[in-house]
Design a protein around this ligand. Structure first.
Ligand code: HEC
Ligand code: HEC
Length: 458
């Protein structure tokens, strides 16, 4: 299929899905839920990142032959190319805007939660699916170059990215450390306090989880320490421009955003399933996996089980990057209602590892593990065959191995320009190990094939 054909198909699918979501929120009478999505698509909670003029000149910073192709293309096609390069999806009502950034009447683009939390799978935008294509660092770098040319002031991201890495592999970000760095300049009531910046932060990239798991969890994040609640969702707004009064003012909007997140349903596998094989897989899953990941279907039960680091064996940098003191401070702050929300946590003890996530819609949420190090479910099930380095295609889907379509290599190519280096996942880098979770080794080849088929049905 030609590129433009695929683009048209993608766009049609975006329109169809988003329209359906809005309609179905309304039909279920969950007005506040549909309204939550509306807020995410239209409200600026942060200062703007760049303007339309900057966005429309980004192509001038690209390497050849991409730049030449953009130079010869009409403006609409150039915008589409820019969205593809940075992992953005066109807005169904107006493809010159993106779903991930709010564009104001003045043409200013502002990052929203959807930058990391709204993506596509196999070219289809599914509400609540994380953005596994987001190239935040490359976008910020190229925006800076254009701003210098256009003599425009740097924004908070342009400056922030000079101080800390934003994301060294596309689709993953250093989001946890953004939060730690920003929280350093607040007291428990979110008043701004002057403190010297920290230089001992452990930077590492994370793959955002699907939002449709929210309703099953009592504790958020890979280590499950943060009690869920609308206030906890507001940490991303901690830039210095937002004082404590802004948090109070926006609290009610975040109740509506939370109710939208709470209403999300997992994506359904859109292709054929071998039901007999999946049925056998269900039995294997219930014997080997359900004690941690729970059971599915109408009587499903999610245990939210904490698994110690030396048992799970996946990359430990995320766990080590937060101290128990920092976890406590977040929960004791305004975000956790000064410690009151913590009473709702199913796991009351401090984290000792990672929480086994729910697996609803897992077929759609590649790459896998908290750091996004494993490209397909087949690779989760075959620990010895996980690639040391891999590069995904933009929206190719591997139906056989269930996950991203990739090129695998023994090592990422050396000496690539930075934008291209970020298209590779290199498991030899700190925080990016694909090791661990060896539980599937107890299964025979037939059992693995059956479990893989069953996972498609969740
Ligand atoms: C720069 C990317 C980024 C942005 C922007 C962002 N998030 Fe996240 N979000 C993440 C990552 C990464 C995680 C996983 C963190 C972890 O597990 O430690 C996460 C986790 C979450 C979770 C927990 C889900 C779970 O199952 O544990 C929720 C809920 C969430 N984010 C909501 C939001 C909301 C609401 C906003 C906007 C106000 C937002 N996020 C903005 C990257 C982002
Ligand atoms: C002892 C508990 C435990 C058992 C048993 C277990 N898992 Fe897991 N699983 C986890 C934990 C914890 C994680 C999160 C690891 C991380 O992100 O670093 C995980 C992650 C996963 C993921 C990636 C999810 C995502 O969204 O990234 C998949 C898929 C998965 N497990 C499938 C299975 C299957 C299939 C089995 C049975 C063969 C199984 N697990 C057995 C604890 C377990």
């Amino acid at each position: 299929m030609s590129r433009s054909n695929l683009a048209v198909r993608t766009q049609v699918a975006v329109v169809a899905t988003l329209a359906t979501v809005l309609a179905c929120g309304a039909a279920r009478g969950t007005e506040s839920a549909a309204d939550g999505l509306g807020l995410l698509l239209t409200r600026n909670y942060l200062p703007p990142d760049f303007d339309q003029e900057v966005f429309d000149e980004l192509w001038t910073t690209w390497p050849e032959p991409l730049r030449g192709r953009a130079a010869a293309a009409p403006v609409e096609e150039r915008r589409r190319m820019a969205m593809e390069r940075y992992g953005l999806d066109p807005h169904p009502d107006d493809p010159s805007r993106s779903l991930q950034y709010v564009r104001g009447a003045d043409g200013a683009w502002t990052m929203s939660c959807l930058a990391c939390h709204q993506g596509q799978v196999a070219g289809r935008v599914v509400p609540g699916l994380p953005n596994s294509n987001y190239a935040l660092e490359t976008l910020t770098e190229e925006v800076r170059l254009v701003k210098v040319k256009q003599r425009k002031a740097f924004g908070h991201m342009d400056v922030g990215s000079l101080l800390l890495p934003l994301g060294t592999t596309n689709g993953t970000t250093n989001a946890v450390i953004f939060g730690v760095a920003l929280m350093r300049h607040r007291d428990a009531g979110l008043n701004i306090v002057q403190r010297p910046p920290r230089f001992d932060l452990v930077h590492h990239d994370m793959d955002a989880p699907a939002w449709w798991h929210y309703r099953k969890r009592t504790g958020l994040y890979a280590d499950g320490f943060a009690p869920k609640g609308h206030r906890m969702l507001m940490q991303f707004l901690l830039v210095k421009e937002n004082g404590p009064e802004k948090f109070a003012e926006w609290e009610d909007e975040f109740r509506r955003i939370e109710s939208w997140i709470e209403s999300l349903e997992p994506a359904r596998w859109p292709w054929a399933i071998d039901t007999a094989l999946a049925g056998r897989g269900r039995g294997v899953f219930e014997n080997h996996c359900a004690s941690c990941h729970g059971t599915y279907g109408p009587d499903g039960n999610y245990p939210e089980r904490m698994v110690e680091l030396d048992v799970i064996g996946t990359d430990r940098v995320r766990f080590d990057s937060l101290t128990q003191k920092e976890r406590g401070e977040l929960n004791e702050s305004w975000f956790g209602h000064r410690g009151r929300d913590a009473a709702r946590l199913r796991n009351q003890e401090p984290p000792t590892g990672y929480v086994a996530p729910p697996l609803d819609g897992v077929w759609a949420t590649a790459p896998y593990f908290h750091n996004g190090s494993v490209p397909t479910l087949w690779h989760v099930l075959h620990p010895d065959e996980r690639p040391a380095a891999w590069q995904r295609t933009h929206s190719g889907y591997d139906q056989a191995r269930v996950g991203l379509e990739i090129v695998a290599a023994e090592a990422a190519p050396a000496k690539l320009p930075s934008a291209e280096r970020r298209t590779w996942f290199d498991t030899s880098k700190p925080g990016k190990s694909a090791a661990g979770h060896d539980f599937p080794e107890a299964l025979s080849a037939d059992e693995k094939a059956a479990v893989l088929e069953y996972l498609k049905t969740l």
